[in-house]
Design a protein around this ligand. Structure first.
Ligand SMILES: [Zn+2]
Length: 382
């Protein structure tokens, strides 16, 4: 195996380890396992004997790792995630329950139903309870608190989830959802047949019929099929000592899980933020380096949340120059501006130099030259 191939396998294992919060050592063994080796050491020694993974094997490892990586969150404003969100919204089915509009979407096999101020998620995992999120606590405007509405909405979302799970099973090998007479089932993603399975996430044993029935989600902790393996490679005894999964303590999937959340971004216009916007606007008003320095050095304070007081350094900001943009921004925020000029210590000598340019690098050079010339002048005078 070439160094490059080994390195990219290691890199993939590293990404997997990060995504799944397991040690690199575990991830390396996992990758080796996918390539038919007992552990990473065995793979490394085989690679010395010219073993190399086929391109198909490499692709399967890449796909395995990509599956585990977190999906981009649209709240971070990632363009790809935003586009996907808009695509999801476009594909949503729209309908009404009574007077309340809703949209129904399938996002990564989860069914999400949402309306104004509420959402219901029926996870892909058949053993997990539906999650109801609402931003307002028992408010009449929010229909999910009405049992009749909730039942209708849950029925719709659950019906869709049954359909989604049916589609998933159809894509899988028959043996993945239908155990043989000995309870042997096949892993839907990477094959391997066994009557006993192990959950990497909670470290418990699961019998074949149970895992198949639960669409390959751990009945104990809800981990996805990606965490289910036919060998407990992370245990020295191959998983003998691991406890069996108990389902009596598992969630009651009929009882929805109510969560009151408010994840809408909220604007808290405090003094710090107002100051930041006003300073930003002053920079818009600045046309040369002197004024830019003036904007950065300005003293800005907010009084009573409806008055902003701006003091501009008289050597850096022209006395008769009105910061138009700052006034506009203040008006947008609904606050009054009080302007003053002040006389304080300026950062560099010869403030007029800054009026000659709007380029910081050009100004820096002029300022350095001026200091150097002054030094020369002083030393010749002495
Ligand atoms: Zn588990």
């Amino acid at each position: 195996m070439t160094k490059a191939t080994k390195l990219s396998l290691k890199l993939l294992a590293k990404r997997y380890a990060r995504a799944k919060r397991i040690t690199l050592h575990q991830a390396l063994d996992l990758v080796a396992g996918k390539l038919g080796f007992a552990n990473w050491t065995k793979l490394a020694s085989a690679s010395k004997n010219d073993w190399i993974p086929s391109s198909k094997q490499m692709a399967s490892i890449e796909a395995f790792v990509a599956h585990a990586l977190p999906t981009e969150d649209f709240q971070t404003g990632h363009p790809e995630a935003m586009t996907r969100r808009f695509a999801n919204l476009e594909q949503a089915e729209h309908g009404m329950i009574g007077d309340h509009a809703y949209r129904l979407q399938v996002i990564f096999h989860d069914v999400v139903m949402a309306g104004a101020g509420w959402s219901i998620k029926v996870p892909e995992n058949p053993g997990a309870a539906p999650i109801i999120q609402t931003s307002i606590e028992n408010d009449e405007r929010c229909p999910v608190f009405d049992p009749e509405f909730l039942q209708k909405a849950l029925d719709l979302a659950r019906d869709r989830a049954v359909q989604v799970r049916g589609e998933i099973s159809t894509d899988w090998p028959r043996r993945s959802t239908k155990p043989d007479l000995d309870g042997v089932v096949r892993h839907p993603l990477w094959g391997g047949e066994s009557d006993m399975w192990f959950c990497l996430h909670c470290g418990r044993k699961i019998i074949g019929t149970q895992i198949a029935q639960n669409l390959w989600h751990c009945p104990g902790c809800g981990a996805s099929p990606l965490d289910i393996f036919d060998t407990a490679f992370w245990c020295d005894d191959g998983g003998e000592s691991l406890p069996s999964v108990r389902t009596d303590g598992a969630v009651d999937s009929d009882k929805p899980d109510f969560r009151v959340v408010d994840d809408r971004p909220k604007l808290d216009l405090n003094e710090e933020k107002i100051t930041l916007l006003i300073r930003c606007a002053l920079l818009d008003d600045a046309t040369n380096i002197s004024e830019k320095l003036g904007a950065l050095q300005a003293e800005i304070s907010v009084e009573d949340e409806n008055d902003v007081w701006i003091a501009l350094e008289e050597d850096l900001w022209p006395h008769d120059k009105r910061p138009v943009q700052a006034f506009i921004v203040a008006a947008q925020l609904g606050i009054e501006v009080e302007l003053e000029s002040m006389c304080s210590a300026i950062p560099f000598a010869w403030p007029r130099l800054g009026e000659l340019t709007s380029s910081t690098s050009e100004y820096t050079q002029m300022m350095l030259d001026a200091y150097a010339q002054y030094e020369l002048l002083v030393s010749t005078q002495n």
